[in-house]
Design a protein around this ligand. Sequence first.
Ligand code: ZN
Ligand code: ZN
Length: 390
Amino acid sequence: MKAEELKIRVKDALESQRRQLIQLSLTIHDNPELGFQEEKASTWLTDYLESRGFQVERGIAGLPTAFQARYGQGKPRLALLAEYDALPKLGHGCGHNIIAASAIGAGIASKLVVDQLGGSIVVLGTPGEESLGGKIDMVKAGVFQEIDAAMMVHPGVRNIVTVQALASIPLDVEFFGKSAHAAAQPHKAVNALEALILAFNSINSLRQHIKEEARIHGVITDGGEAPNIVPDHSAARFLIRALDYAYLEELKEKVLNCFKGASLASGAKLKYNWGDKIYAPMKNNLILARLFGQNLESVGCHVEAFDPSFGFGSTDMGNVSQVVPSMHPMVAIASLEVSLHTSEFASAAASEAGHKGLLNAAKAMAMTVVDILSQPETLDKIKQEFYSHD
Ligand SMILES: [Zn+2]
Ligand SMILES: [Zn+2]
């Protein structure tokens, strides 16, 4: 069967599942679960895949809510990645319900491609994207060792095939001072909150002189108990992000110096801890991304011109993209002024536009599977590009 005919068949297969996929997306949306607690979502997704002929393994890579679902035995092996974690208070403000439903839909539609052309499809359930870096654990556990290319689609406000995702590392800090009555005996105190405020101000000064794409941002997680007690403890969590690891290292030292300086100035002792979940920058495979873009155009979406600097923040798909050729395109489900990680975006993820984005993402992804499995030289080119970057 010709590739064009297979593409029509995968689109038909997705149209015939439209109702179930939207239902799956809405059910996950209505039941938001935080990272590594996505028990319901992973159960619904794996049950759905199992009932449609996938061989499912639950709880892989030491993560109870991660899974892999295989169809076919042959090579090449193409992975379709589902995310399904929500944000605190905002629910699905990042629209991961759409990522999940589109990956599952594309996986099921790709069965007929595998039946015709060989190869295999692996739908991977990747939990805890927002801050716990589930994919980092999955990469370490070797889940991607046998995978030839990895694909996912994130909902957004533009149809765009590549994103610039930054390397990112978390930093936890604490200051330890000495409390006293804030009015009667302030001279006896060492103010841990002031130390933290000093550090924030130093970082604000530093921010004027860092590279354009780099980011430093944090929240205070302990700022004292009462205004009449000088806080003897304060704590904050920061994220430091940069385009590459080399600049991230440079920034880490500069940021840490802000805290050390504040410690010296205030007399409060500093304790800090760099997180071990380091998000890698996204290495977009352009051949893969452009194939997806052409398929997305063909289902009626206007895909924007290639923009290598379109920023996204950070994603643990970056870590996957360092070990296998990967793509992380975005499909528009809301207007340009809407920002991800807001309640407006959460509403969009359950709207008509969200459903449309889900179906289009799934169709374009399954059509990209057709492109790769029908022409072996396509994967060769994808791999050539991947290795030529190193
Ligand atoms: Zn997010
Ligand atoms: Zn997201």
